[in-house]
Design a protein around this ligand. Structure first.
Ligand SMILES: [Zn+2]
Ligand SMILES: [Zn+2]
Ligand SMILES: [Zn+2]
Length: 131
């Protein structure tokens, strides 16, 4: 709740928004440092985890097991989310868009919106033993 944590999170969020593609906490930490920030790596890790939890960032686990982050796009999109590791993939779903618009129109609804996320087990997790 302290404002100290808030500005740090804002700084991380801002840096993430300016990054292209997925970046690791370490990469982002370096960017912030290069911009004169004194933010610590642990804080960057924590801020990224928070952003991901709040749906403001998408996360992905690299083959090396490192978590990579990207600012959740402002363009409308959907997510595939791994139940086990939390990896999130942004997906477009054109047929869903058509279907949603059609159903809304049939019922005379305007200004509609929707949120659709698909949960499952990612390929990393499902190749593990058992399951
Ligand atoms: Zn997203
Ligand atoms: Zn997974
Ligand atoms: Zn949609």
């Amino acid at each position: 709740m302290s404002s100290r944590n808030t500005w740090q999170k804002d700084a991380v969020k801002h840096a993430l928004g300016e990054s292209i593609g997925f970046v690791s906490a370490q990469q982002l930490h370096l960017v912030l440092r290069n911009h004169g920030s004194t933010i610590g790596l642990t804080t960057v890790y924590r801020a990224l985890a928070d952003l991901a939890k709040q749906g403001e960032a998408d996360s992905l686990q690299s083959n090396e097991g490192e978590l990579l982050y990207r600012a959740c796009g402002t363009d409308h999109h959907h997510h595939l989310i791994c139940r086990k590791c939390g990896a999130t993939v942004e997906i477009e779903a054109h047929r869903v868009e058509e279907w949603a618009a059609q159903v809304a129109a049939e019922h005379g609804f305007g200004q509609v919106s929707h949120t659709i996320d698909i949960f499952g087990t990612c390929s990393n997790c499902s190749t593990e033993k058992g399951n």
